[in-house]
Design a protein. Structure first.
Length: 175
């Protein structure tokens, strides 16, 4: 493994750790300042901080499925780790490193909550559109996944992603 590749992976790890710490800190603040209290208006009628203990997934789906969510997070993290290790150390893939690190940090941040509390701490609420209450980890995952999908559809070409292969090298030579 090249020094440049090691640097990319080290920066990925540092970024993931920093993002997890930020997520966990905001959730800690939500517990301390919002739990068992009325919602805190940031922009009246638009945005407020409102404490919620979410035992489900997005939009309240799949309530009380802790083991399932942890399993899914581990699978996602395994795929992300595989892709990050396989990704070429070319500048073209820097954004891919960033996006996958954001998704990993969000998955880990919410998984920490599920393991520690059996629920995820949510606290950001867009009143104006009655959007489900969410947290910082959810922002990481949602925005980075949307950008990743856009990049996969419109930026990266199929040949740019040939490094992601679950086939063994000698298998391709036989074909």
């Amino acid at each position: 493994m090249s020094l440049k590749k090691k640097l990319f992976l080290f920066l990925d790890l540092l970024g993931i750790i920093a993002l997890i710490l930020l997520d966990q800190y905001t959730k800690y603040l939500a517990v301390i300042h919002l739990k068992d209290k009325a919602a805190f208006n940031i922009i009246n009628g638009v945005l407020e901080l409102n404490y919620l203990e979410n035992t489900g997934a997005a939009f309240g789906m799949l309530q009380n499925q802790k083991a399932f969510f942890i399993f899914v997070a581990i699978v996602i993290l395994s795929v992300i780790a595989y892709v990050l290790f396989k990704t070429p150390d070319d500048r073209k893939y820097t954004i891919l490193h960033v996006l996958l690190s954001l998704i990993a940090a969000g998955a880990i941040g919410n998984m920490i909550d599920r393991i520690r509390y059996d629920y995820v701490v949510d606290f950001i609420y867009f009143v104006l559109i009655n959007f489900p209450i969410f947290n910082v980890a959810d922002i990481y995952v949602s925005i980075s996944t949307a950008v990743l999908i856009f990049l996969l559809l419109f930026y990266y070409k199929e040949k740019d992603l040939n490094f992601i292969s679950f086939k063994q090298k000698h298998y391709r030579e036989i074909k």
